[in-house]
Design a protein around this ligand. Structure first.
Ligand code: PBG
Length: 326
């Protein structure tokens, strides 16, 4: 009789036959920041803060010291600075460029990733410029948005960002951003494209954290339909052809099949984003005493890695890195 259980018999044997392992180097910490001088707990995301510049730099330093190589920053923009075209997104004196400079000055070896999309800056709460179609319905302008995203990417590159991560899902933005970066000699700045970003209910708490929910309509004309996986293959091939350095899938835990397909389709590294709703599911079940937080979180991250992700964006990054160290 063949007995697979022999390979599971002792911890030593299990450690030898283990196919996937997690390390703090796999994690990217998403961080929220605001213009305030105080660090403020985020109501919609228990356990997380919106950081002041000072708090952001301190927290990022702590994460880096735990072995986490990168952070990605998301700003909460004051209402008075929002506009239909989100022009504040390429203000060199804006919150994000100042945060990039502060992070790179204090922690030069930390990889700083920035989100490129208009939603935190848009008075409409959309990732692109909103207009009305002939029947008065809401539409998002693609090419006009891409021009502004290029300016946003350049603004982040000038401030010292290592990696630009467009999360807007406009067509052609990877190629356009690459050309814009190269034209100003930022050939060393990478693009981590949100290749397969689904129109997901699991982004709700994030929008609460940044006060960036769409004022009208939804994001289904630009974010992908959760029903589709071959469309993710198409986006992968396009992003690769347009010059992306890394590809991203989100929400990670609900898209393990998509991660595997993207991984097979391209030789580029794959990142996966365990999003705010996934964080909250685990966090709230643990708080109620219904799940063992440490075991459940590490298992969720391991599954994302096993599916084919080389990098995992997770709000649990610091906690998981701490658990993995002991
Ligand atoms: C916005 C953006 C969103 C997330 C990352 N970038 C929200 C959205 O598309 O509406 C979601 C991340 C999360 O839920 O943790 N471009």
């Amino acid at each position: 009789m063949l007995r697979p259980r022999r390979n599971r018999r002792t911890p030593a044997i299990r450690s030898m036959v283990r196919e996937t392992t997690l390390s703090p180097a796999d994690f990217i910490l998403p961080m929220f920041l605001h213009e305030d001088a105080a660090d403020t707990p985020i109501h919609s995301m228990p356990g997380l803060n919106r950081w002041s510049l000072e708090g952001l730099v301190r927290e990022a330093g702590e994460a880096h010291a735990l072995g986490i190589p990168a952070v990605v920053i998301f700003p909460k923009i004051e209402e008075s600075l929002k506009s239909p075209d989100g022009a504040e997104c390429h203000n060199d004196a804006g919150l994000v460029p100042r945060a990039i400079r502060a992070l790179k000055t204090t922690h030069p070896s930390l990889c700083v990733i920035t989100d490129v999309a208009l939603d935190p800056y848009s008075s409409e709460g959309h990732d692109g410029i909103v207009c009305r179609d002939a029947s008065g319905g809401l539409a998002i302008l693609n090419d006009e948005t891409v021009e502004i995203l290029c300016q946003q990417a350049l603004c982040h590159a000038r401030a010292g960002a290592d990696i630009i991560a467009p999360s807007d899902m406009m067509d052609g933005r990877v190629g356009a951003i690459r050309a814009a970066l190269d034209s100003e000699d930022f050939t060393g700045v990478s693009i981590l494209s949100h290749t397969a970003k689904y129109a997901s209910a699991f982004y709700g708490p994030f929008r609460g954290a940044l006060d960036s929910s769409p004022k009208e309509g939804d994001k289904k004309t630009y974010q992908m339909d959760p029903a589709n996986v071959r469309e993710a293959v198409r986006e992968t091939l396009l992003d690769e052809a347009e010059g992306a350095d890394m590809l991203m899938v989100k929400p990670a835990g609900l898209c393990l099949d998509v991660i595997a397909r993207v991984r097979e389709t391209s030789t580029l590294p794959v990142a996966a984003y365990q999003v705010s709703g996934e964080y909250l599911m685990l966090k709230s079940a643990a708080a109620a005493g219904w799940l063992d937080e440490r075991a459940a979180v590490l298992e969720s991250l391991l599954a994302i890695k096993r599916a084919g992700a080389s990098m995992i964006l997770t709000y649990f990054a610091k906690q998981a890195a701490t658990w993995l160290r002991v």
